[in-house]
Design a protein around this ligand. Sequence first.
Ligand code: AMP
Length: 280
Amino acid sequence: MQIIKEPHKLTAIIKSYKKRGKTIGFVPTMGALHNGHVSLIKKARKENNIVVLSIFVNPTQFGPKEDYKKYPRNFSRDSAIAKKTGVDIIFAPEVKDIYKSGFSTYIEETNLSHILEGAIRPDHFRGVTTVVLKLFNTVQPDISYFGQKDYQQAVIIKKMVKDLNLDTEIKVLPTVREKDSLAQSSRNIYLNKEERKSAIVLYSSLIYAKELIENGLTDAEEIKKRMRETITKERLAKIDYIEIREPETLQPVKKITREVVILLAVKFGKVRLIDNVIMN
Ligand code: AMP
């Protein structure tokens, strides 16, 4: 396994692989790897000749009051996991190599980036699309792998690829969960014992909504109300949003007659967690 820091070096290596007809699978991450990341890497390993994993904590997607400085970083643990899982190249650039002095060009999806997560985190998706496009330009992947856990992010990336005619296929893989069904996340380690226990309510409220729909309830407001009641029973939970949306446009749905995505963001103390399920 190679560890590459400089973007121009990676570009040269990728070029030589491509010349030899090798396909490139790409998994972009911010490190602090867990089983969610591992499932993306494993899928990339199965479907491509070369697997590139990027580890880059991207400053432009964090708000001024967010956890950029204390985001968990553990490169030696991450590279051991990557090696074991079959990664060929770790791309771990430094901030100064991605955002060179005087950097002033951003890429922004303008329709879906300011709702849901974007309403609460105003510049977040601009940071995500900017860094992902830069990573795509460097890695030149045939297939790129993202997690359903960050549902809105995956929709926005797909939109960017379509709108800008980017030549990479996007695959979105299911959310990997802990035994008690909390979605795996690098931020779960911030939860104290009590918060960790309460956080189970995220997924259980989504499953509750799923059951309500399966039993014939179609009124989105009523479903959201019942989810809210379930979640507020947890003393430590503070709801940011509960939404039922159309899966691609992310527009609100009033009456559930077709596939929908149910998304929620809930705070436990200082830790903000998101989760979602698709109902078809
Ligand atoms: P992150 O390092 O948190 O930016 O995530 C990197 C990639 O892993 C993104 O595409 C995430 O959606 C994906 N991911 C994060 N958590 C999970 C999970 N629990 N299951 C599946 N994919 C995940």
